[in-house]
Design a protein around this ligand. Structure first.
Ligand SMILES: N[C@@H](CCC(=O)N[C@@H](CS)C(=O)NCC(=O)O)C(=O)O
Length: 221
């Protein structure tokens, strides 16, 4: 199997954490692929995934698999431990899928916010204000649920949320989100030593890039 991959992508990281958790790393070749949200899409990615996005998983005999939720679901069926990450039924499944949607949605809003800021004149102020409000709301919701995140078995939901928080650290490093979310911080710090989480921390393998500064604060504006 081949994974169209980047060490900078939070959605790729989600798949990589699942790969490590399930002991599948030896079966998957990582292929560096640069996904560009602006301008001409990377033809190598576009050939396999018409959405032009990573992660995309290539499995002999199957059509290319995307997006990250579908890849994680498929990988979870390759291992006897898969059901612990994505429960097959009932409330445990709903809980994990809901958290996955929350984590993925938060990550998506962080990515879209940055893309907006890369636009002419630093982006549309109203669009940016909307992303800021949604990111704050998601973090407030996660702070309320931090106790349950800690007590529930580790699964795809917590993985997606850790990837969103990693994206905050990578691209919104001035935000000081930890100061305003002590329970979420305590939970995320406990997860940082988990081997799958520690092995997949987002890194910029192409050197530091000058990016826009996104204004994310948690007190009075
Ligand atoms: N919903 C998708 C999102 C994937 C995604 O947005 N990946 C980014 C990299 S982190 C990407 O490929 N961006 C390029 C683009 O949007 O064209 C998933 O869960 O896999």
């Amino acid at each position: 199997m081949k994974l169209l991959w980047s060490p900078k992508s939070p959605f790729v990281r989600k798949v990589m954490i699942v790969i490590h958790e399930l002991g599948l790393a030896d079966r998957i070749e990582l292929v560096r692929a640069v996904a560009v949200p602006r301008g001409e899409p990377n033809p190598v990615i576009l050939k396999e995934n018409p959405l032009g996005k990573i992660p995309t998983l290539l499995v002999p005999g199957l059509p290319p698999i995307f997006d990250s939720a579908v890849i994680c679901d498929w990988l979870s069926n390759l291992s006897a431990d898969g059901e612990s990450l994505i429960p097959r039924a009932g409330k445990p499944r709903l809980r994990q899928l809901r958290w996955q949607a929350l984590g993925d949605g938060l990550t998506e809003n962080l990515l879209l916010w940055r893309i907006e800021c890369l636009g002419a004149d630093g982006g549309d102020a109203e669009v940016i204000a909307s992303y800021r409000a949604k990111v704050r709301a998601a973090l407030a919701g996660l702070e309320d649920e931090a106790g349950e995140l800690a007590s529930a078995p580790f699964g795809i939901g917590q993985i997606a949320i850790l990837c969103a928080l990693g994206q905050l650290d990578f691209r919104f490093s001035q935000s000081e989100w930890r100061r305003a979310h002590p329970k979420l911080t305590a939970w995320s710090e406990l997860q940082a030593d988990r081997p799958s989480v520690a092995a997949t921390v987002i890194v910029n393998d192409q050197g530091p890039d000058e990016g826009p500064i996104m204004n994310l604060t948690f007190g009075e504006d």
